[in-house]
Design a protein around this ligand. Structure first.
Ligand SMILES: Cc1cc2nc3c(=O)[nH]c(=O)nc-3n(C[C@H](O)[C@H](O)[C@H](O)COP(=O)(O)O)c2cc1C
Length: 282
């Protein structure tokens, strides 16, 4: 990308803001949701016990399929994270929550469902992600910032098998994301390039493909924004890094998802060995 296009794209990023109708501009919850940002710079300030408790409560009370609540949270302080993972919470966050999809719990009381690993996994992912977003919004309401991470102190992507061992997860429990919480250190956090509504919305009844021009514009803004934030790297290099990790993550997730029952693992899928992990690691 030439320097002129680079600056043009940066200006687009800096100028972008949420569309809020004048009639709703005083609505604080709406303002809060539309101005939410993933934050990656946290101060040393501790999150009070009651505030963190309220964030977890928002996770507990999230909506879920048939009210099955197919999630589990593992909460860490800075010291428990360090003890467990041998390093600080990413971005020096104050608290972390590993969000897990959990169908193991349901199976202990409901025996009606057939072997349906994809449905179970999808349901668990949907529900646990909603719980995560509920925690995220509750945190925002309490002036606590957060970021969701697919990396968890190991290879940089999912780390499903590593976390299964490290957190003693039974079959039917899948690591989904790490949420890092803390008070923002302040500073400007621009909105990363968001697709316009016309690229993600179709009016009934048919699905409409997004315009390639719009997609290209988004990609160029991502490339410029990434370069501005990480001058020594590039969006392309980051995607390549993910590609390598995705190959490993795919194998590990297959093991976790397609187990036969709570007490056995499938052996028809190739086992992930240390060579796989080394290749997949950054
Ligand atoms: C499931 C999930 C995983 C994510 N993983 C990472 C991650 O590993 N590292 C990171 O810096 N951000 C991660 N993010 C944050 C996204 O990069 C961020 O949401 C996106 O760039 C949009 O920015 P915004 O949240 O400020 O709107 C993740 C977000 C989600 C929802």
């Amino acid at each position: 990308m030439n320097p002129l296009d680079f600056f043009k794209n940066l200006i687009k990023i800096l100028r972008a803001k949420p569309h809020i109708p004048e009639s709703l501009s005083e609505n604080e919850p709406l303002q809060m949701i539309l101005h939410r940002r993933s934050i990656r710079r946290f101060s040393d300030q501790d999150i009070p016990h009651d505030v963190f408790g309220a964030i977890l409560e928002a996770g507990r009370l999230a909506p879920s399929t048939v009210n099955l609540q197919t999630w589990h949270f593992i909460a860490f302080t800075n010291s428990s994270w360090k003890q467990h993972f041998g390093q600080q919470i990413p971005f020096k966050g104050n608290r972390a929550v590993i969000v897990l999809g959990d169908i193991n719990r349901t199976k202990q009381i409901i025996t009606t469902f057939p072997y349906s690993p994809l449905v179970e996994y999808t349901t668990a992912v949907i529900n646990a992600s909603l719980a995560a977003m509920n925690m995220n919004i509750a945190a925002e309401a309490l002036k606590v910032s957060s970021v969701m991470l697919s990396e968890t102190g190991k290879s940089g992507y999912f780390d499903a098998q590593y976390l299964k061992e490290k957190l003693s997860l039974p079959n039917g429990v899948f690591p989904l994301m790490t949420m890092v919480f803390g008070y923002s250190q302040g500073g400007f956090a621009p909105m990363p390039p968001k697709l316009p509504l016309e690229a993600i919305l179709s009016n009934a009844p048919c699905y409409g493909e997004a315009d390639m021009e719009i997609l290209r514009d988004w990609y160029n803004q991502m490339t410029a924004g990434y370069k501005a934030a990480f001058p020594l790297s590039s969006f392309k290099a980051q995607l390549e890094h993910y590609r390598r990790n995705i190959e490993r993550a795919e194998k590990e997730l297959r093991h976790l998802i397609f187990y036969k029952d709570r007490h056995s693992t499938l052996d028809e899928f190739p086992s992930t060995n240390s060579t796989d992990r080394k290749e997949g690691s950054p």
